[in-house]
Ligand binder design. Sequence first.
Ligand code: HEC
Ligand code: HEC
Length: 610
Amino acid sequence: MFRSLSAWLDDRTGWKHLLQEALFERVPGGARWRYIWGSTLTFTFLIQVLTGIVLWAAYSPSSQTAWESVFYIEHVMWGGWLVRGIHHFTAQAMNVLLVLHLAQVMIDGAYRAPREVNFWFGIALLAVVMGLSLTGYLLPWDQKGYWATRVATNIVAVTPVVGPYLQQMMLGGTDYGHHTLTRFFALHAGVLPAALVALTVVHILLFRRHGIKAKEPFRKPDAYFWPDQLLKDAVACLVIMGAVLFLAVYVGTPLDAPADASEPYSAARPEWYFLFLFQMLKYFPGETEVLGAVVLPSLTMGVLFLMPFIARRRGGHAFNLAFLGALVLAASILTILALRQDRNDPDFARAVAQARADAARAKELAAAPAGIPVGGAAALLRDDPATRGPRLFAQHCASCHRFGGHDGMGGTPADAASAPDLKDFASRAWLTKFVDPAHVDSADYFGGTRFKEGKMVRFVKRTVAGFNDAQKADLAKVLKAVSAEAALPSQRAADAAEGSDIAAGRRLIDTEAMRCTECHEFRKPNENATAPRLTGYGSRQWLIDFIGDPTSDHFYGKRNDRMPAYARDQVITAQEIAQLTDWLRRDWYVTPPAPAPGSDSGAGASASAP
Ligand code: HEC
Ligand code: HEC
């Protein structure tokens, strides 16, 4: 039954003959490990096609949805992370295998007549695979891919004459953005794979035409592709697959924070196998860039192309080998230099740490109940106080203020601190230190301001310094009451637990012993008030109003030191003031901890946590 069916099919297709041809390819001198590279490349390409189709089924190529869909593949879709990991690391393996294949072909002289044309096809395949790597890097639409590819498309523009047009074609307009992504996707999933298939088919047909360029001397009698060579090839493929799986499972595939054109990213680097190009360009600054970006690569490609002819001359083969060796050596040295420079660069280290933190935060927010906004994943971080707050602080406030001694992002500003340190502003700890005679006129509080000799400092240094133990205990209650005005999310548990102290503190504020309302207003109108209002002190609204206009009568009035009026003078937007406020108050979304039995979940939870 089977036999007659197969005979029927063979009659119509001749498949038996084809299979025969394929399997009984003669391998002069017997099967060898050095012939495995072509097969492994075909195998890895097949894996890329299969995993690529699965990824394609879930990927959504638009600047607003690409990151979201990759996040979905990575964290929600069943097995998606593994498929993506295999695709990611097999791509890297292909680049390595290509170099090995090229090296083997060169060393064995398999590029020489009559195999020149096939050699050229091989070079074209190399270029296509590099194109696939380059275009694939952009598709997750994360910060790293976005900024690294932006550099790459800018390099295209330095090509003489056609450069700018070429760049426009790649970008899909004058702007780098959504249309660049759709174009790269069309290249990555359509044009380049099709080209790869076509080139590979011809490559293999031509290869079959001339047969293996066997390595002499033969050590063994001739054999056939099946089973000896096929077995070796299969073992090699399994080893590669094992390595890829290991990397996919234990290293994992990176997904950076969503691409954001308004958030420059100095940690952007190309994939490691392009690092040498990146490093080389550093040696061609300004006008000379065209040499590094266009002339040198073209010359190299030209020499590669001409190698079969060079090999005809005496010493030509040796020259070719030396050239390839020098190329690999130079690329390795450049790669090592690039890695070393980055490792010794503290700015880069900080940028990488920041990028990691942003990526983790973006994923945390994406997984939150609110999910990813319709406007796209970039808004996740753009609207997040925990991410935006430090940046805004470093940019606008750190010239005078500090945050825990630094500029909000861990850096040290050029100017010395000349205004209060705002870390944990209005918390009990912050206030306790503030009304401490040893600290109130220090650089952390009023030391750098004109209030160093102001009424408050005088009050603390004279009156508070002389407090007896009972008065100190009362002052502690007062401070609890003032701090409770802020309703800080981090103090919610403490505020709730010490309600009676807080109530007592509220009464004490208005007493002659504590004197606060001699100068401050607290909870009820006070015509004598000349100092900042303590009602709602440090609360969200208080801070928004204060940052908006510290010269208001509720605050410092005309006595305001240099603190700018950010809303009144429209220095920053209302949204930015709110983000700064929420960040100072540590009021942002955090993933609720998994409930542990008997644990107290109040402290440290955010306002958005239940
Ligand atoms: C003699 C008047 C006076 C008394 C009494 C006084 N303060 Fe003040 N306080 C000020 C002034 C004025 C400022 C603003 C800084 C300056 O001019 O020295 C200030 C600043 C403050 C600030 C910082 C405000 C801000 O913008 O962050 C806090 C908090 C504060 N006082 C709390 C208290 C508490 C609590 C008491 C009572 C235990 C108290 N003050 C007693 C006059 C006073
Ligand atoms: C040019 C210096 C300067 C800059 C810039 C500045 N501030 Fe201030 N800030 C001050 C000074 C001085 C004070 C003391 C009170 C006053 O004079 O208003 C102050 C007080 C404050 C206070 C009250 C804390 C206290 O202890 O009195 C807050 C909150 C505050 N600033 C937030 C900010 C924020 C947020 C920014 C950035 C958006 C910022 N400031 C930028 C100088 C500055």
